[in-house]
Design a protein. Structure first.
Length: 276
């Protein structure tokens, strides 16, 4: 196996990861949906092209994605906070149940077969794409974020689902907050902090779960591949502030639809690869 260690495919593989970094950083800053929704499917196909065993691909894609989200989310959070778009009161209320969800999601993903994780990603990504393409920001299920048990269950679910998908939390968190009456720009800004809450323990859990696994690509620590991290993370970190600026300057409706198409196509392709 010569994954990112040389050979004729090195340029193609590196270019794919570089593009993933650019797009994930822009998406994280602009739409608040988390760059992982880009990184995971790109990593999955890069790993397939490199000959990594199928039962490892999704675990490595998720673990590496979570690792790259840490610097990206910090960059995006800094930019949104400067614009006053982060609700720190809500974050303090949500951090404990969200961390509990992350631990539950990490435990489940560590035990699950790779194919099951691929199906889970695809099944969740399709309604996410539909929400991005057709969801109306004015649509509301409630006038405020729920309190009590419901208020704790929401961040728990965001943390758990996001960890199992290798995404930063905004993908499911932004729609959830806007449906509960949050203004879209404040929801995007606040969701930029979810990435750090989710990705730090999630990435650590991926390293532990994959430690010593047979068949890992070179330069892997558990399910986190350092070469892919070194390519994606710096580029995404630089692009996230640009995406945040775009979010506050423009109507992102058309961009949402284009990105929704990307998510839908990649999700269907991943699901087809499992069932075919």
């Amino acid at each position: 196996m010569n994954f990112l260690a040389g050979g004729g495919d090195l340029g193609t593989l590196g270019l794919g990861l570089l593009i993933a970094g650019v797009v994930s950083g822009l998406v994280a800053g602009t739409l608040g949906v988390g760059g992982g929704i880009v990184i995971v499917p790109v990593m999955y196909h890069v790993l397939a092209a490199a000959g990594v065993p199928e039962d490892l691909r999704m675990h490595i894609a998720i673990g590496t994605s979570l690792a790259t989200i840490v610097p990206t989310s910090l960059s995006s959070l800094y930019s949104h906070n400067k614009k006053g778009a982060v609700d720190w009161t809500l974050l303090r209320r949500w951090i404990v149940p969200m961390l509990a969800g992350v631990l539950a999601g990490a435990a489940l993903s560590g035990m699950a077969p790779g194919g099951w994780l691929t199906v889970f990603f695809g099944v969740v990504a399709l309604p996410v794409a539909a929400q991005l393409a057709f969801g109306k920001e004015s649509r509301r299920l409630a006038d405020h974020i729920p309190n009590g048990f419901g208020g704790a269950l929401l961040p728990f679910g965001i943390g758990g689902v996001s960890t199992m998908m290798g995404i930063g939390g905004g993908t499911v968190g932004v729609p959830a907050m806007t449906l509960c009456g949050f203004p879209i720009h404040r929801a995007v800004g606040t969701a930029s902090a979810f990435g750090t809450i989710i990705a730090v323990p999630g990435a650590i859990a991926a390293v532990i779960a994959g430690w010593g696994a047979a068949g890992l690509p070179p330069y892997s620590y558990g399910y986190v591949n350092l070469v892919a991290f070194a390519i994606i993370a710096p580029v995404a970190f630089v692009m996230a502030p640009l995406g945040a600026s775009i979010a506050h300057m423009t109507n992102t409706g058309r961009l949402r639809k284009v990105f929704a198409l990307f998510v839908a196509v990649t999700a269907v392709k991943m699901l087809w690869g499992v069932v075919s």
